[in-house]
Design a protein around this ligand. Structure first.
Ligand code: ADP
Length: 451
């Protein structure tokens, strides 16, 4: 209120001066009362004109975009201008603050791994993040304010949205099974809707794999169990001769061994999945590994095949010995089982240009048609189920080998031609290879002698 007293004084003073001037002017003209009145009117008019000019200037500023500062007047108008300008600046600051918070909030939703769509009370898209746009095939800019039912036309989606019964999520799956989306809707505000989308393709796929796996295991176990149950019943109900009894017991043992092998392979897989990657500080002799696997192969072959280990360099491999051995022995065992009697099997080592190397198991057996090659490492995948079972296979061998190689940072590669034979290669990276201590010493000696 610092402007009030000066303003009143200035107004009174100017009015007084104007009246005084009018009075003297009227005195000279013959009517001092009329002069005073004219002076008073002129004073009031002057004050009103000055106020009007200042008020108009302020009004013009208020009508503008307020980018420039308010007009700088003195007194009353100065305070009005200052207060208005401050109110405007504070409002601008509050709006900027709210906009920043909104932008941060939208950025957080944008960063969400799920798709988010906000629908207004007419089910039109108010906002959506990039993931939702990708999931639902929307264009985050072009499709704003479009009814979502014009953009996502699947009948199941439209019915779900319109039902407003959203306790259970909606599953939208492509008939090809290549992608599956889970949608959740929730109401908020005044009939607005929050739509959340989640890509559940992987989850669906692993659920399907788990179901298949359980079904396969049950099937694999049920078959020998049914056979065993039949034999038990036969033994219980029929009087068998000694010879028959021995034969039945041998068959029962065969089925029992089959189940034991299956359970052992399943346990191996479960252990591989649940244990950490093998460390790089345990070293296994390459030649020892290959010789032992070949010896196991010879026992299995019982002289029906020629199994040769080609000369290998003095190397050691870093990893879990039992796992590496089971991989090579699996491949040699397969070569024996899928190669007719009299066939040739070789086990060797090949260096790779990148410094790594590979164990190569080659046979001249029945071979594998091209269309099966990509699926051989799937659990329970067999080219010829009865041959696999007859030779004691579980259909899990190559799945185990692949797992072991992955855990060692390695690879399993398969080449084959039906009727000609197959070669299986276990690739190991350079970081898991080293020269054996003795070989390294010899090499050092040679270098120092040359030096
Ligand atoms: P299995 O216990 O049935 O041998 P694997 O996982 O070891 O299971 O092998 C999967 C399938 O790959 C086998 O059923 C067989 O059809 C094929 N296979 C594996 N090794 C060979 C091989 N050396 N020659 C021909 N076929 C093979």
């Amino acid at each position: 209120m610092s402007w009030l007293l000066p303003r009143l004084l200035v107004m009174l003073a100017s009015l007084g001066l104007a009246m005084l001037a009018g009075h003297f002017a009227g005195f000279w003209l013959g009517s001092s009362e009329l002069g005073t009145a004219v002076g008073a009117a002129a004073g009031v008019t002057l004050v009103v004109v000055i106020d009007t000019v200042r008020g108009a200037r302020l009004l013009r500023w208020m009508r503008s975009d307020l980018a420039l500062g308010a007009p700088r007047d003195a007194g009353f108008w100065a305070e009005v201008a200052y207060r208005s300008e401050r109110a405007v600046r504070e409002r601008d600051k509050a709006i900027a603050n709210e906009q920043r918070k909104l932008a941060e909030f939208l950025q957080a939703i944008e960063a969400s791994p799920n798709g988010v769509v906000l629908l207004d009370d007419h089910d039109q898209v108010s906002w959506c993040n990039a993931i939702a746009a990708d999931h639902l095939g929307l264009d985050a800019r072009r499709d704003l304010h479009q009814p979502i039912t014009n953009l996502v036309r699947k009948p199941a989606f439209v019915a779900y949205l319109q039902s407003r019964e959203w306790r259970e999520p909606l599953m939208l799956a492509e008939p090809s099974g290549l992608s599956a989306l889970q949608l959740v809707m929730r109401g908020y505000g005044e009939r607005q809707t929050l739509l959340i989308t989640q890509d559940v393709t992987e989850r669906q796929r692993s659920d399907a794999m788990r179901r298949d796996f359980v079904a396969n295991v049950s099937h694999e176990i049920r078959t020998p169990l049914t056979v065993l149950a039949g034999f038990v019943e036969t033994m219980a109900s029929l009087p068998l001769t000694g010879v028959e009894r021995t034969r039945v017991l041998a068959l029962m043992q065969q089925q029992t061994v089959r189940m034991q092998t299956l359970v052992a392979d399943l346990l191996t897989l479960a252990q591989l999945e649940g244990s950490p990657r093998p460390a790089i500080d345990r070293w296994v002799s390459l030649s020892g590994l290959l010789e032992r696997a070949a010896a196991d192969g010879r026992t299995l072959s019982a002289g029906r095949h020629t199994i040769t280990v080609l000369p290998v360099p003095a190397l050691e491999l870093a990893g879990q010995e039992s796992e590496l051995f089971s991989s090579v022995v699996n491949l040699v065992g397969n070569a024996v089982r899928y190669t007719p009697d009299g066939g040739q099997i070789s086990v060797s080592w090949q260096a790779r240009p990148d410094g790594g190397g590979e164990v190569l198991v080659r046979d001249n057996g029945i071979g594998i048609a091209r269309e099966h090659l990509g699926r051989l490492t799937e659990r329970f995948y067999r080219v010829d189920g009865s041959r696999s079972r007859d030779t004691g296979g579980t259909g899990l061998g190559l799945a185990i080998v692949k797992h072991v190689m992955q855990r060692h940072g390695g690879t399993l590669e398969i080449d084959s031609e039906p009727g000609k034979g197959s070669s299986f290669r276990l690739g190991l990276p350079v970081g898991r290879l080293r020269a054996t201590a003795a070989a390294a010493t010899l090499a050092d000696d040679a270098t120092s002698r040359v030096g």
